[in-house]
Design a protein around this ligand. Structure first.
Ligand SMILES: *[C@@H]1O[C@H](CO)[C@@H](O)[C@H](O)[C@H]1NC(C)=O
Ligand SMILES: *[C@@H]1O[C@H](CO)[C@@H](O)[C@H](O)[C@H]1NC(C)=O
Ligand SMILES: *[C@@H]1O[C@H](CO)[C@@H](O)[C@H](O)[C@H]1NC(C)=O
Length: 317
């Protein structure tokens, strides 16, 4: 008998390959299959994501001096938007979708500050020229807008925020991961443009419970809504949107640990109702809570898994 492994004999034969041989053939076959398919998937993925992987790169050569180009950022309140933009413009559609969400009487939007701010006309809006907020012109536009907004912010009202709305991309439908990259790439670039040092009580480590986004020497909370969220309706808007909420808005109301705890409980309950059957992310916490990080609260995935910042710090490498 020459080679028991390459011949197969019927029930009466006696040269059936050993199970060990069969197993190793199967293993080699499966390994080959896995390698082949993973390289196909990789090639397809890199074709598909060619642009978005470039997009996520924060701009390296931003300089603070570029902010001062003499241009005036256009900051609008809700009445100015309704006067300026007819209903068929994307700006108006984006605003209308945002307003419908915040003013819905049947379904209370959980950010009670933003809802009250919308009602009282405390919210200020800006429109980006394109959806990719990591583009140089967009980062510079938001930097200029925040610098113009801050000195006026107290005048706008106690529940003010700066709402940034972007048009939908004409060429691509972005996945939720793309928006996550865009948002954090934007934050890292914005950090490079900050003309003032961060307050000393704020950490630069994104995983820290003392970290929060700052600009112009002032801390803020940020919330991101995207067209790619499906289950988590609190974070869905048909237009990419992020909100810059100055920290003093919360500090005005959350003046004791009791008030902070009660508000958090209330907000978490509202989120559970709004996003039902999805429950609130455990990362929704009060600033400074042990084991919390605001970097996990700004952008929240569609399901409950931690969405942290892609970098341990937003400072330049
Ligand atoms: C920044 O770098 C990019 C390429 O890396 C270049 O095209 C651009 O001109 C640079 N801009 C400034 C203001 O240096
Ligand atoms: C701001 O919003 C909160 C939450 O809705 C509300 O309790 C508070 O009274 C508002 N502040 C003002 C000045 O309206
Ligand atoms: C800390 O938070 C993470 C989620 O971000 C959670 O999985 C973990 O159990 C928490 N640890 C403690 C000690 O609370």
């Amino acid at each position: 008998m020459a080679d028991t492994t390459t011949s197969f004999a019927g029930p009466t034969g006696h040269s059936i390959p050993s199970p060990e041989y069969l197993a190793s053939y199967l293993l080699i076959f499966l390994m080959g299959l896995t390698l082949a398919s993973s390289s196909i998937v990789r090639t397809q993925l890199s074709n598909m994501m060619g642009k978005s992987s470039k997009e996520m790169q924060p701009i390296q050569n931003l300089s603070i001096s570029e902010i001062k180009d003499g241009s005036e950022p256009e900051l609008l309140n809700k009445y100015e938007i309704m006067n300026k933009f007819s209903q068929d413009t994307w700006q108006r559609k984006a605003y209308d979708a945002f307003a419908a969400k915040l003013s819905d009487k049947e379904k209370t939007f959980p950010c009670i500050y933003a809802s009250k701010g919308w009602k009282d006309n405390d919210l200020i809006y800006m429109f980006l020229p394109s959806e990719d907020c990591t583009e140089r012109t967009n980062v510079l536009a938001v930097a200029r807008a925040i610098l113009a907004y801050h000195p006026q912010s107290h005048k706008y009202g106690c529940n003010t925020s700066l709402v940034v709305l972007a048009p939908n991309s004409q060429t691509k439908k972005r996945a939720i991961e793309d928006y996550h990259r865009l948002f954090w790439g934007f934050c890292k670039s914005l950090r490079q443009l900050d003309p003032k040092p961060w307050p000393s009580h704020i950490s630069e480590e994104t995983a820290s419970n003392r970290w929060c986004m700052c600009f112009d020497g002032k801390p803020a909370f940020m919330a991101v809504l995207t067209p790619a969220h499906e289950k988590r309706q609190t974070r869905y808007l048909p237009y990419f949107c992020f909100v810059w909420q100055p920290r003093w808005v919360f500090e005005l109301l959350l003046t004791s640990d009791e008030k902070r705890a009660a508000t958090l409980k209330n907000v978490r309950g509202l989120i559970d109702k709004y996003d039902h059957p999805l429950v609130h992310s455990p990362d929704i916490a009060n600033f400074g809570d042990p084991n919390s990080s605001e970097a996990k609260e700004y952008f929240i995935w569609d399901e409950n898994r931690p969405a942290s910042a892609p970098w341990p710090t937003l400072l330049a490498p």
